[in-house]
Design a protein around this ligand. Structure first.
Ligand SMILES: [Zn+2]
Length: 104
């Protein structure tokens, strides 16, 4: 598991897991409170890993009913999201005051 860029304190898996489901919310170090953001490449990777299997299942199972497609999609999303905290790279946020925040 990744460590804090400032104090080397290891992050917990559930910190990343929560961050993932809160639309990549920044993770704060439990020791020194340094804010870490998801690297943009990791954000893209996570989106692809979640989207590709869902599209794949939707295309190849379109002969099945909606109820039969929902289960494999839910299984894939659950599995991918469990593994993502190990794959995503978080980096120290450059500034705690983001002056461009209101424009996004
Ligand atoms: Zn820290």
């Amino acid at each position: 598991m990744q460590r804090c860029a400032e104090c080397n304190q290891p992050f917990k898996w559930n910190q990343f897991y929560k961050s993932l489901w809160l639309a990549f919310r920044p993770v704060t170090c439990r020791n020194c409170a340094t804010v870490h953001k998801v690297a943009s490449a990791s954000r893209l990777l996570a989106t692809l890993l979640l989207l590709v299997p869902v599209i794949y299942i939707t295309i190849f199972m379109q002969n099945l009913g909606l109820g039969e497609v929902v289960l494999p999609i839910a299984a894939v999303v659950a599995l991918v999201s469990l593994g993502l905290p190990f794959l995503l790279k978080y980096e120290k946020a450059k500034s705690s005051i983001d002056t461009n925040n209101g424009n996004r």
